[in-house]
Design a protein around this ligand. Structure first.
Ligand code: GUE
Ligand code: MG
Length: 295
C-alpha cells in the first residue's frame, strides 16, 4: 500500500484561516500585529524564504517590514538594528534569518533579541522555557511538525519516535517537544546523529521517523519500518530545472519510502509551509501577549 500523504500545504492553510480570525479580533481593538524580518547577505534560498515569510504575513493582515542588509554588515550594525526593532512598539516579532555571514556571531545576535519578540524561539531564554515546559515561543519547524502530527491524527503518546539530526533549530527541539508530558508529546524519543552506531537499527524501530539531517535521500526504504509515519524536514537543492527553478529533494528517498511507510510528508509541500505558518502563529501570539490578551 502506498503511504498516505501528510500535506503541509493544506494543514498550514487551515491554521492560517484560524489565525486570520485572531488577527481580525486584534484589529477590532485597534491592534495590528507587526513582524520585522532581517536578512544579511544575498543567498538566493534565504532571500526566497524571507520573501515568503513577508508575503504570508501580508496576506494575513500582519504588518511586516523586511530589512535587507549587505553581507559586509558589521555585527555591531546588526545588533543596533535589532535593538531598534526590540524598542519599536509597532513590532511584535523579530526574525533574523539564519545562517548569518561567518564574521557575525549567531549566538550573540540571537541573545540580543527581546525574548518577548523572539518569534523564532531561538533566544536562550525561550529555549530554556521550552525545555521546562513553560510559556515561550516554540521554534517554528518543531512546532509545525507537532501540529502536523496532531492535525493528521497521528498519536504520539507512547510512540517510538526517532529523530535524525541534532541541530539547535530542528533536531534537538523537536525531540524535546515530543518527549514533553502532555498532548502532542508523551513519546519515547531517540535522537540519532553522525556519531550514531548503526543508525538503521534505530530508524527501523520508529513508529514516527523525523529526519532533519540535510543529506538528500539518506533515508532509504530498508531503514523504515512498515507503516511508519515519516516526517521529512530536508529541503535540499539537488539541481536546476530548465526554467531556472531549483529541483528539491528531501532527506528521505521518497519514491521508495512511500511504498513502505504508512504516512509521509512530501518535499516540497510538507514541513516547509508549516514552518512559515508557525512563524505567523508566534507573531500573532506575541501581539496578543504584548496587550495582555494571552499568557
Ligand atoms: N531565523 C530563521 N528561521 C527559520 O525558520 C529559518 C531560518 N532562519 N533559516 C533557514 C530555515 C529553513 N526554513 C524554511 C522555511 C520554509 C521552507 C519552505 O516553505 N519550503 C517549501 C519549498 C520552498 C522552496 O522552493 O525552496 C516547501 O518545502 O514546500 C523551507 C525552509 C526556515 N528557516
Ligand atoms: Mg504501507
Amino acid at each position: 500500500m502506498t503511504a498516505r500523504l501528510i500535506r503541509g500545504t493544506e494543514i498550514a492553510a487551515e491554521i492560517r484561516e484560524e489565525l486570520a480570525a485572531r488577527v481580525r479580533a486584534l484589529k477590532a481593538q485597534g491592534i495590528v500585529p507587526g513582524l520585522a524580518t532581517i536578512l544579511v547577505g544575498e543567498d538566493p534560498a534565504s532571500q526566497s524564504y524571507v520573501r515568503a515569510k513577508n508575503k504570508t504575513a501580508h496576506d494575513l493582515g500582519i504588518h511586516s517590514e523586511q530589512h535587507n542588509l549587505p553581507a559586509a554588515t558589521t555585527e555591531a550594525g546588526l545588533l543596533a538594528l535589532i535593538a531598534a526593532c526590540s524598542a519599536n512598539p509597532a513590532l511584535n516579532g523579530i526574525l533574523v534569518q539564519l545562517p548569518l555571514p561567518r564574521h557575525i556571531s549567531e549566538s550573540r545576535v540571537l541573545a540580543h533579541i527581546d525574548p518577548a519578540k523572539d518569534v523564532d524561539g531561538f533566544h536562550p531564554v525561550n529555549v530554556g522555557r521550552m525545555l521546562l515546559g513553560e510559556p515561550c515561543f516554540l521554534p517554528c519547524t518543531p512546532h509545525g511538525i507537532v501540529a502536523m502530527l496532531q492535525r493528521s491524527g497521528v498519536a504520539t503518546a507512547g510512540a517510538e519516535v526517532v529523530v535524525v539530526g541534532r541541530s539547535n533549530i530542528v533536531g534537538k527541539p523537536v525531540a524535546a517537544l515530543l518527549m514533553q508530558k502532555g498532548p502532542g508529546g508523551n513519546a519515547t524519543v531517540t535522537l540519532c546523529h553522525t556519531a550514531t552506531r548503526d543508525m538503521a537499527a534505530h530508524t527501523r524501530r520508529a513508529d514516527i521517523l523525523i529526519v532533519a539531517a540535510g543529506r538528500p535521500k539518506m533515508i532509504t526504504a530498508d531503514m523504515v519500518r512498515e507503516n511508519a509515519v515519516v516526517i521529512d524536514v530536508g529541503v535540499n537543492r539537488i539541481g536546476v530545472r530548465e526554467n531556472g527553478r531549483a529541483i528539491l529533494a528531501g532527506d528521505v528517498d521518497f519514491e521508495a519510502v512511500v511504498e513502505k511507510a504508512g504516512a509521509i510528508t512530501p518535499v516540497p509541500g510538507g514541513v516547509g509551509p508549516m514552518t512559515i505558518t508557525m512563524l505567523m502563529v508566534n507573531t500573532v501570539l506575541a501581539a496578543e501577549r504584548a496587550h495582555g490578551l494571552a499568557e
